[in-house]
Design a binder for this molecule. Structure first.
Ligand code: IMP
Ligand code: MG
Length: 176
């Protein structure tokens, strides 16, 4: 695989500022409640780490993994859960934390799946939002940045498993 340096779309300072704002909104909206933060692996791991450190609530952190991409640039449109939660979530306030929403198929599938387990509530928090690519109507409760239809990497997001460790969100000029 040939490695290139992505162009910066969102720098690390802007990410810090926006993640703090999201954490502040979440803290305000759930004041006095405990939440179960469910991070969608792998792409959300850095966003999750920065977000939860600024949420001033008692957070129970859980992970699950879904796959809809084949590792490359295009969603297969078929979502499968490759790692499930460890504990039941009945009666809990759930916040799903995801790196990016594009068609919405992943989060639609996840929200439906989690709702069958009778949580008290399920909300969605995404860092990046490609609104123009949406195929299903789904409410995004907390959205960091609206971005154009570009394939992005960094700050958790990958191309073929790489680039997740970049401090910024970037894109490749020759790939759309
Ligand atoms: P959706 O199901 O179409 O909303 O796609 C969501 C999933 O596709 C995300 O969880 C990411 O894993 C992946 N994804 C979508 N766009 C990008 C991108 O630009 N870069 C890297 N991964 C992406
Ligand atoms: Mg993902």
């Amino acid at each position: 695989m040939e490695f290139k340096t992505p162009k910066i779309l969102i720098d690390d300072q802007s990410l810090k500022v926006r993640v703090s704002e999201l954490a502040r909104d979440i803290t305000r909206d759930y004041a006095g409640r405990n939440i179960v933060v469910i991070a969608v692996l792998k792409g959300s791991f850095l966003f999750l780490a920065d977000l939860v450190r600024q949420i001033d609530l008692h957070c129970y952190v859980e992970f699950l993994e879904v796959q809809s991409y084949d590792g490359g640039l295009k969603s297969r449109g078929v979502v499968k859960m490759t790692k499930d939660l460890t504990y039941p979530i009945a009666g809990m306030d759930i916040l799903i934390v995801e790196d990016i929403i594009e068609t919405g198929l992943t989060l639609d599938y996840l929200k439906r799946n989690l709702k069958t387990r009778n949580p008290k509530s399920v909300k969605i928090c995404v860092l990046l939002n490609k609104e123009e690519k949406r195929k299903v109507d789904i409410a995004v409760d907390y959205s960091g940045f609206k971005i154009d239809d570009k394939f992005v990497v960094g700050y958790g997001l990958d191309y073929m498993g790489y680039y997740r460790n970049l401090k910024y969100v970037g894109y490749f000029e020759d790939i759309i």
